[in-house]
Design a binder for this molecule. Structure first.
Ligand code: NAD
Length: 476
């Protein structure tokens, strides 16, 4: 029988007081757990537990304790990596080998931030000019962390590790349908000796549980990853209490393919960029821009390779694409496909359900003959659906690439490294991959230009985003 999942508040596992939600394995339709969701009072309890832990434990001030806890969590997570990877795949449908990468990256992230706060902190400064000045960085206080369902563990850890390392206390809200790995991380955190109330987990609907977090006067910062519409709402709501806010939002990332490349290699990179995690990736290379000299060869090869990608059981090592995460999300993707066809885009391949595998397996979908102002070119689909457009000159490619409200990531494929560097500097995006795609680096900042977000995760920027600078001036 599927288990009933609990909330984690003030070091205790308690039943939610609101409705019960059942979680399904999207690959099989099997019910894998039930959640008793939190109500607004329980969110308040979690915030107050975090506030008390911030004020009354030594978490905010004891770097040694924080280093020890972060390293212990990393060790415990590494020891149970297979269990975590399997759980992530059952809950999201992503291929197991992708979940394994997520767990390994999560371990590295905890270790990176433990090392960073233990090292001589480059952002602390001492200055002399007659008086002595010191600039120190302190935790912000109680942080509300809200994440989506596409990388439930990894995106959670990208927030949790730096927020804890900085000395904050946390109220964490996983996405409604994918809380399993994060709850398990709560168990590891408890085993690692984290003081009660430092890390709390509340489960439930965005408009109820998330809303109670963003409106709570005792939450000092909201760090959000999710859709741009929700992000704008959160930004507005947080303005009321002048909360600190960081937002990691949507994207419509271009991949520029120049005519000096091996077409087969560039098709491989495009497929990986576009269809990793069934395209349910904020930085997915959903707009492929190809030089006109190789355009026809490129789309023929892309069609052949995309149609041959192996959909199926995410636990099968041969599987390249699993199911879409939920029927609700699939419906949104199908609407985008239908609208693109009505608008006149040509379906090169895909667009149909591989019904023999189950109701949520969508074939990788490629559109050509698109115009820059079509929704399929401008709006995020967040699924295995991409467009391919030709370009004539480098300047045209850059113009098309930047002609979007988003600015999360981009890719450039060329053998001319001087051009690669030049184009990378012209692209308005937080990350640019040259001759590859999808490699986040824990030491480098991650985030968006324009409407893709505010602030950065990862790297030292990811840590200082959870800190307040303080100038202490000592007169002689
Ligand atoms: P979403 O905005 O619907 O939900 C994200 C989270 O916000 C969920 O936990 C949800 O419960 C919560 N939420 C919803 N309404 C809320 C409210 N009123 N107050 C507080 N919280 C609320 O997004 P989604 O559909 O789960 O995720 C997909 C989106 O996430 C895509 O747009 C994708 O690009 C984006 N994303 C961005 C990044 C990045 O790093 N920039 C990474 C992954 C996903």
């Amino acid at each position: 029988m599927a288990e009933y999942l609990k909330l984690f508040i003030d070091g205790k596992w308690i039943d939610g007081a609101a409705s019960v939600r059942s979680l399904m394995n999207p690959a099989t339709g099997e019910v894998i757990a039930h959640i008793r969701e939190a109500d607004a009072t329980q969110v308040h309890d979690a915030v107050m537990a975090a506030r008390t832990a911030f004020n009354e434990t030594n978490w905010a001030t004891d770097i040694k304790l924080r280093v020890q806890v972060l390293r212990k969590i990393a060790d415990l997570l590494e020891m149970s990596r297979d269990e975590f990877a399997c759980l992530e795949t059952r809950n999201t449908g992503k291929p197991l080998r992708e979940s394994e990468l997520d767990v390994a990256d999560s371990v590295s992230c905890f270790r990176y931030y433990a090392d960073l706060i233990e090292s001589k902190q480059p952002w602390q400064k001492e200055m002399w000019d007659g008086s002595k000045s010191r600039v120190v960085y302190e935790p912000i206080g109680v942080c509300g962390l809200i994440v989506p369902w596409n990388f439930p563990l990894l995106l959670g850890v990208w927030k949790l590790a730096p927020a804890l390392a900085a000395g904050n206390t946390i109220v964490f809200k996983p996405a409604e349908i994918t809380p399993l790995t994060l709850l398990k991380l709560g168990v590891l955190a408890q085993e690692s000796g984290i003081p009660d109330g430092v890390f709390n987990i509340v489960l439930g609907d965005g408009p109820v549980v998330g809303e109670a977090m963003i409106r709570h006067p005792d939450v000092d910062k909201i760090s959000f990853t999710g859709g741009s519409k929700t992000g704008k709402h959160i930004y507005t709501s947080c303005a009321e209490g002048l909360k600190r806010v960081s937002l990691e939002l949507g994207g419509k990332s271009p991949l520029l393919v120049f005519d000096d490349v091996d077409v087969d290699v560039s098709v491989d990179i495009a497929l990986f960029g576009a269809f990793f995690n069934q395209g349910q990736v904020c930085v997915a290379s959903s707009r492929i821009l190809v030089h006109e000299a190789i355009y026809h060869e490129f789309i023929e090869k892309l069609k052949h390779r995309a149609s041959g990608l192996k959909l199926g059981d995410p636990f099968d090592p041969e599987t390249e694409l699993g199911p879409i995460v939920s029927a609700t999300h699939l419906e949104k993707i199908n609407d985008c496909i239908r609208d693109a066809q009505v608008a006149g885009a040509t379906l090169l391949c895909g667009g149909t359900i591989a019904a023999e595998l189950g109701p949520l397996f969508l074939e990788p979908t490629v559109f050509v003959d698109v115009h820059q102002d079509m929704e399929i070119v401008q709006e995020e689909v967040f699924g295995p659906v991409i467009t391919v457009q030709p370009f004539a000159k480098e300047a045209d490619a850059v113009r098309l690439a930047n002609d979007t409200k988003y600015g999360l990531a981009a890719g450039v494929i060329t053998n001319d490294l001087i051009r690669a560097e030049r184009v990378a500097r012209l692209l308005r995006a937080g990350t640019v991959w040259l001759n590859g795609y999808h490699t986040p680096h824990v030491e480098a900042p991650w985030g968006g230009f324009k409407q893709s977000g505010i602030g950065r995760e990862l790297g030292p920027e990811g840590l200082t985003g959870y800190m307040e600078p303080k100038h202490i001036n000592i007169l002689p």
